[in-house]
Design a protein around this ligand. Structure first.
Ligand SMILES: [Zn+2]
Length: 72
């Protein structure tokens, strides 16, 4: 279900996306309500962020450099 670790950005970037995604501004929200294009884009982005959050939940927190070599 999850892609290989090599296809993902670094943990730092995933963490940023996963946390900042919920902090979009009111003006962005208003735009999304009016713009189907951006709404579709955000929908796919949200799926990616959800995937990233699941991924983060699986990662051992203490080994930020080893997780890339993690195999299932
Ligand atoms: Zn738009």
């Amino acid at each position: 279900m999850l892609k290989r670790a090599g296809a993902l950005p670094c943990r730092k970037v995933i963490t940023y996306l996963a946390t900042e995604f919920d902090k979009r501004t009111q003006s962005v929200e208003r735009h999304l309500a009016l713009c189907p294009n951006c709404r579709a884009y955000f929908d796919s982005l949200r799926k990616t962020v959800i995937l990233y959050r699941r991924w983060l939940a699986q990662l051992p927190t203490e080994s930020s450099n080893q997780w890339k070599h993690h195999t299932d």
